[in-house]
Structure formats: C-alpha cells, structure tokens
Design a protein around this ligand. Structure first.
Ligand code: SAM
Ligand code: SF4
Length: 332
C-alpha cells in the first residue's frame, strides 16, 4: 500500500506521472505524426517553473515517479536544468526520460550531471532506408551515436523502445534483439496503437506482441519473468534470455491490455491532465495555475480527475473512439 491520495473508483493507486515538456519534434515518425504537423503555440506550453510547481503538487498527492517525454523532450532547451529542479522535490524517487536519441550526442553528459540515470531511446530499425521511411529523417547513425554516448556517460539502464510494424520492420525483430543483447540495452517492443495522426493504424500494419515473442524465442530462447511488487504495474511483460544475456519486454497494450494494473497519469505540454492515453476528456490544470489558484484547489482537481479515471481503453470495442490528440501531443 502506498501513501497516494490518487485512488480511482476501481481502487487503482496512482504513483506514476508522465510529463510532456513539448509537443514539438525533430522526427516525423509515421505512426505518430504527419510531416506537416501543427504544433501548439509557445505561450500554451508550460514553462519549467509551471512544470515544477505542478510536479510538486502531484508529488504531495503521492506521485513518486516522473518520466519526461514529448514530442521530443530534448528539442526543448534546458531540460537538464528542469531535471535538476525536479530532483530537488522531496518524495520524488525516480526521474526518467524518453527520447528519440538524437539529442543525446550533445546532451547526455549534462543530463547525467543533472542527476538523470534512466533513459528510454526509441529505435525501430537498424536499416538506414527503413529508418528514413519510419521517421522521415535520414539520421540513424546519429541515434546510434546518441545511444553510445549515453552508455559512455554511465546511464543504466538504457532501454530501447521499438514499435514493430507489419511490412516495415517485421523482418528485423531478431536483429533488434541481437543488437540489444550485444550492447546490454533492455529492449521493449510496443504494440502499434491507434494514436497516430495519419490514421494508418489498422490490423494490416499491426504485429501482436505474441508473434514478436515467438520470433525472438525461436532464435534466442526466452523464459517469462514473474512480476511481483512494484513490477506488476510495469506495462512490459518481461522475458529473460535463457543464456543470461539480459531480458526483453513486450508492451502489448492492444492484445493484452494491462488497464487493471495501471498506475499512470499524464500531463500534456499545455498542462492538461489525462488519466489514460485513450482519454477523450482532459482536466485543465494550467489555466487555474496561471490564474493563481491555491495548490489545494489544483490538488482537488487532480484528485477528482483521477477518481473518475476510465476503467480501461476501448481499442478492441466496436464503438472505439480515437482520442483527438495523437501520441506526440499527449506525451507517449
Ligand atoms: N520523441 C520521443 C521518442 O520518440 O521516444 C518521446 C515521445 S514518443 C511519443 C514516446 C514513445 O511513443 C516512443 O517510443 C514512440 O515509439 C511511441 N509511439 C508513438 N506513436 C505510437 C503509436 N501510435 N503506437 C505505439 N507507440 C507509439
Ligand atoms: Fe517524434 Fe517520438 Fe513521435 Fe517519433 S515517436 S515523431 S520521435 S514524438
């Protein structure tokens, strides 16, 4: 039992917050956003002071883990300073960051010096041409360089997030596993979710987590890891390589939803609280913050929004309604 006051009507306790620091990005991944993506106005985006202020309120209510994400968090200047400030919040036990990796070449050391230790780098393919097709940018070698730089600086663990897509990267699943094993990265496969701006999501592009497990297991035998304690809230089902060379995780949100164990909430770059990736409503925290509302009032808004959290996503329901915002606007 945690001390969180963020408990919903289904008795789920929330201790995990994802904060999007910007919706902007230097990539245009096809499963996320179009080439001509329209970004938010600058003054709609939370300042670092506002992020830290809201983070303090969340931590007072029981949040103990924060992940910074985006858009691409490292396109925003000063993220190491933000990490330093967040690190000073008493009660916050863990800060992590999800990035497309390219900014690590120049920023890994500053991030490490600011106190960050855990990062996730998204990398779907090791093939330059496919990388360009997936991200609409020809920069695979820079992402690989960013990963190496992060390792040199001492980041541990380094997780590699991959979205596998049928017709694109299904033939590279085992190569990615080999790459992660050889470099001591923890590989996590995320099932493609209907959160793309271009509406390309569909069963013809979708690869179920089970299929990926079978492909990897056929070459590198895998054993499931039992998930107890805090780990039971981890959306990734873990499998250990039988030969002891690390593990691989599968975030199978579509085929094996983990909503019953969910302990996450999200804050968008424009200060809207979302209780689920697939929420169709949001709670505005930035407007009351800017209007000078007391912390207690904002805290009550958060408590009430969490209480009303939806039981689970409806991706597999016939009447599924796609959220208006895509992954980069929500903060993946
Ligand atoms: N720009 C950073 C990055 O790419 O890591 C952080 C933000 S990105 C939105 C966070 C994660 O969401 C990435 O791992 C990305 O692959 C994943 N993602 C984006 N769109 C997705 C979708 N439609 N389905 C599944 N994962 C998605
Ligand atoms: Fe940018 Fe990340 Fe979306 Fe790719 S997945 S377009 S890197 S925000």
């Amino acid at each position: 039992m945690t001390n969180t006051r963020l408990i919903d009507n289904f008795n789920r306790e929330h201790t995990n917050l994802r904060i999007s620091v910007t919706d902007q990005c230097n990539f245009r991944c096809i499963y996320c956003m179009p080439e001509d993506m329209q970004f938010m106005e600058d003054d709609a985006i939370m300042t670092f002071d506002e992020i830290v202020h809201l983070a303090r309120i969340f931590v007072d209510l029981g949040i103990n883990k924060i992940r910074l994400t985006g858009g691409e968090p490292l396109v925003r200047r000063g993220v190491p300073e933000l990490i330093k400030q967040l690190g000073e919040i008493k009660g916050l036990k863990d800060i992590s960051l999800t990035t497309n990796g390219i900014g690590l070449i120049t920023q890994a050391k500053d991030l490490y010096d600011a106190g960050l230790r855990r990062i996730n780098v998204s990398l779907d393919t090791l093939d330059e041409a496919k990388f360009e097709q997936m991200t609409r940018r020809k920069v695979l070698s820079k992402v690989l360089e960013g990963l190496q730089e992060a390792q040199r600086c001492g980041f541990d663990p380094i997780k590699v997030n991959a979205v596998a897509m049928k017709g694109f990267t299904d033939d590279e699943i085992v190569d990615l596993a080999k790459f992660a094993r050889d470099n001591a990265y923890q590989l996590r496969f995320i099932e493609f979710m209907p959160l793309d701006a271009d509406d390309i999501w569909g069963r013809n592009m979708f690869i179920p987590g089970k299929e990926i497990i079978n492909k990897i297991g056929a070459v590198y035998p895998l054993n499931p890891v039992s998930m107890n304690g805090d780990a039971k809230h981890d959306p990734a089902k873990l499998y250990q390589f039988e030969d002891g060379k690390g593990d691989v995780g599968f975030i199978s949100s579509v085929t094996e939803p983990f909503c019953e164990q969910c302990n996450r909430i999200r804050l968008t770059a424009d200060g809207q609280l979302r209780t689920c990736l697939f929420s169709i409503t949001e709670t505005d925290l930035l407007t009351p913050l800017r209007a000078g509302a007391p912390d207690e009032t904002i805290g009550d808004l958060i408590i009430e929004a969490v209480k009303q959290k939806e039981p689970g996503h409806q991706i597999n329901a016939v009447n599924f309604v796609k959220p208006k915002r895509n992954m980069s606007m929500i903060g993946g």
